[in-house]
Design a protein around this ligand. Structure first.
Ligand code: UDX
Length: 434
């Protein structure tokens, strides 16, 4: 089998490397020359655990290559995957499909033999149909079948998610397209991965529905956490007690400062827009979007309130800036709302993140980037845990107390033991716990 993967971004790189690991010949194509050069030299432009090893091994074994030339990548390909970006369009929240359509048109023009054109990028329901129309216009003679094969990769765990998925979703309209895609995923038969074969529109919608549902689930437990605080209940136990009901499930019931990342914020917005346009408004999703936005603002206000109503001139240590641990991704991270708001209110920020490469450019100019969690805490009046990197879990409350000037701790991820922090002399607050 041969595959061309268009787009050397997060999804394209992970999927390309994993297909190569399955034994498929994969050529990843990207228009950015410097990116392709870096990949050829063995440098991975993103941080994802295990990806560098997977890429280098498969390049060494001759199954994975990189190019800027689409025709070269498509030479002999059974399937061409679209893994280009679909950012939110400015103004209306719709997914911006210009990269998808541009790439689909280039594929149509370059196609020689029969091939399956598969969207891996998250695209709104109806996009596959539009791609079919585009191909029919540009190259009515080409033997191109359109399919949808959405990804469900979590950042930080993407390789595991690809290799051991809960399911594979394939949306297509011909036996040939289903066959090509099933063959690509053949190694997963061994672990009995369910394959959901369906129409193109359905496959497109599964991806949005799954992400929106998870965003709703998180927002629900966040609101329960607020209620717990008022009612004197413990959200941790509420989540456990709820989650043990098999119909609900325990995952994604962890209260926090609001969801972020490259998918949930953008996909909920795009789903809400599509649903509105098609006349079937997804009001639960609309409410979720609004509640999550408001929550990030509320987290900054919570810090200010914990400092007695003003943070002017106060030094605040912020631990964790990325939207979640094990990534350097800052897209829609709560820190992008919380830190500027605290800085605007006059706080002096000492921040630490284990992967600060993108955060450095995105935090307010006066932010001091510390070299470690303890360095950030040095002389701080308050400490805010925003993202629960593992290395923060083991921090000793006594050492923090000895390092800090003040005694306020806001654990916005419920990562620490309240009793241990209170015994060390802290005014400790977490989310939805008494
Ligand atoms: C998500 C989906 O999980 C994945 O299937 C999809 O393809 C892409 O979007 P990702 O964005 O990498 O993956 O992160 P995920 O681990 O799902 O977390 C998303 C956000 O929700 C993070 O900000 C995280 O902190 C937050 N979250 C998650 C919670 O606040 N509570 C939870 O219980 C789970």
């Amino acid at each position: 089998m041969r595959v061309a993967m268009i787009g050397a971004g997060y999804v394209g790189l992970v999927s390309g490397a994993c297909f190569a690991e399955f034994g498929v010949d994969v050529c990843v194509v990207d228009t950015e020359v410097s990116k392709v050069e870096a990949l050829r030299a063995g440098r991975i432009p993103i941080y994802e655990p295990g990806l560098d090893k997977l890429v280098s091994e498969n390049v060494r074994d001759g199954r994975l290559s990189f190019t800027t030339d689409l025709s070269e990548a498509m030479e002999g390909a059974d399937a061409v995957f679209l893994a280009v970006g679909t950012p939110s369009r400015r103004g209306d929240g719709h997914a911006d499909l210009s990269y998808v359509f541009a790439a689909a048109e280039q594929v149509a023009r370059a196609a020689k033999g029969p091939l399956v054109l598969v969207t891996k990028s998250t695209v709104p329901v109806g996009t596959g149909r539009q791609i079919q129309e585009l191909i029919a216009r540009v190259r009515p003679d080409a033997e191109i079948e359109v399919a949808s094969n959405p990804e469900f990769l979590r950042e930080g765990n993407a390789i595991g998610d690809f290799m051991r998925p809960d399911r594979v979703v394939i949306g297509a309209e011909s036996d040939r397209a289903f066959q090509v895609l099933r063959r690509l995923y053949r190694p997963l038969y061994l672990i009995e991965t369910p394959i959901v074969q369906t129409g193109i529109e359905t496959a497109e919608l599964i991806k949005y529905a799954a992400n929106a549902f998870l965003a709703v689930k998180i927002t629900f437990i966040n609101q329960m956490a607020d209620l717990c605080e008022k009612a004197g209940a413990d959200v941790h136990d509420v989540a456990r007690g709820m989650g043990l009901d098999g119909r609900i499930g325990r995952k994604f019931l962890h209260a926090g400062p609001g969801y972020g990342g490259s998918c949930f914020p953008k996909d909920t917005l795009a789903l809400a827009r599509t649903a509105q346009e098609l006349g079937a408004p997804a009001t639960i999703v609309e409410q979720t979007i609004a509640a999550n936005e408001a929550r990030k603002e509320a987290m900054a206000e919570r810090v200010i309130a914990a400092m007695g109503g003003s943070v002017a001139g106060k030094t605040i240590a912020v631990l964790g800036l990325t939207f979640k641990p094990e990534t350097d991704d800052m897209r829609d991270a709560p820190s992008l709302v919380v830190v500027p708001k605290l800085a605007q209110a006059g706080a002096i920020i000492r921040a630490y993140d284990p992967q600060p490469s993108h955060a450095r450019q995105l935090m307010p100019a006066a932010t001091h980037f510390a070299e470690s969690a303890l360095d950030a805490a040095d002389g701080a009046d308050a400490l805010v845990l925003l993202t629960e990197w593992n290395e923060f879990r083991a921090l000793s409350p006594e050492r923090l107390k000895a390092t800090m000037a003040g005694n306020t701790v806001l654990d916005l991820r419920n990562a620490w033991d309240p009793q241990a922090f209170r015994e060390a002399g802290f005014q400790y607050q977490s989310i939805g716990r008494p």
